[in-house]
Design a protein around this ligand. Structure first.
Ligand SMILES: Nc1ncnc2c1ncn2[C@@H]1O[C@H](COP(=O)(O)OP(=O)(O)OP(=O)(O)O)[C@@H](O)[C@H]1O
Ligand SMILES: [Mg+2]
Length: 236
């Protein structure tokens, strides 16, 4: 079963630049879809479109609800958390306050406290730095915080835009290892945009290759790796 379905989705920005030209793909419930493609292919725009930030048409369904025309805040409240490219933290606030802010829409305070404990456990580097301001964290720590903050909203689907951006290879591996653990423990569904295709392919059960706002290929990592042409062109 899929939690997210895009059917023939087109998207553009005000000013008229058309970026997505009829893309269709799914994220399975509890699964990970990787969205890959070169710079400017439309990956970030795809995530923004799902979050309701671009002009869009076609059909986007989330957990059985048509969200195509919905406002961004309502889409977030339905259970889609978006970690934007270049991280999503409140720089002047401490780690703990960032996590609290992530849960601001929730009323179940006991569950929020339990999630706080759970994510500080999953991200020990954040636990050690609970009272440190976000803007004094290292790049990798900030990325972890952005993800943990998104999780504090108790989403059903996590949209991750290039979690490895600007990170050293070893730190990138740490971030991916944490994402993999998180996925194993919580079975949260994810749509992950990545330049580091090797790591994304390890994590994903479904891969979508985007080229100039169109889908060039899609399938399981094994399917795509089996094609020499696709491997050479996209998967380095
Ligand atoms: N706010 C905007 N207004 C107008 N055009 C935009 C806007 N944001 C992005 N674009 C254009 O949309 C196209 C796709 O951009 P997008 O950011 O989705 O690419 P991307 O695949 O995420 O690339 P990257 O790997 O570099 O992050 C680009 O040509 C870009 O210039
Ligand atoms: Mg991008």
């Amino acid at each position: 079963m899929s939690i997210l379905t895009l059917e023939e989705v087109h998207a553009s920005y005000s000013g008229g630049s058309r970026v997505l030209h009829g893309i269709s793909f799914t994220v399975s419930d509890g699964g990970v879809t990787a969205l890959l493609g070169s710079n400017g292919a439309g990956k970030t725009t795809t995530l923004r479109t799902i979050s309701g930030i671009t002009h869009r048409r076609g059909t986007i369904r989330f957990a059985g609800t048509d969200i195509t025309g919905m406002r961004t805040d309502k889409i977030a409240r339905l259970g889609i958390a978006h970690v934007p490219q270049g991280r999503g933290t409140l720089p002047g606030l401490t780690v703990k306050d960032n996590l609290e802010a992530g849960a601001i829409m929730r009323r179940d305070r006991a569950a929020v406290r339990a999630d706080m404990a759970r994510y500080l456990d999953l991200f020990p580097r954040l636990a050690e730095r609970a009272t440190q301001r976000a803007n004094t964290l290292s790049g990798g720590e900030q990325q972890m915080l952005a993800i943990a903050r998104a999780l504090m909203g108790a989403p059903r689907l996590l949209l991750l835009d290039e979690p490895s951006l600007g990170l050293a290879p070893k730190v990138t591996q740490d971030v991916f290892r944490t994402i993999a653990t998180l996925q194993e423990q919580t079975q949260i569904s994810m749509l992950i945009v990545e330049q580091n295709s090797a790591l994304a392919l390890q994590l994903a059960d479904h891969v979508v290759l985007l080229e100039n706002g169109r889908i060039a290929a899609s399938g399981t990592p094994t399917d795509l790796m089996a094609s020499d042409a696709i491997r050479r062109a996209y998967l380095g």
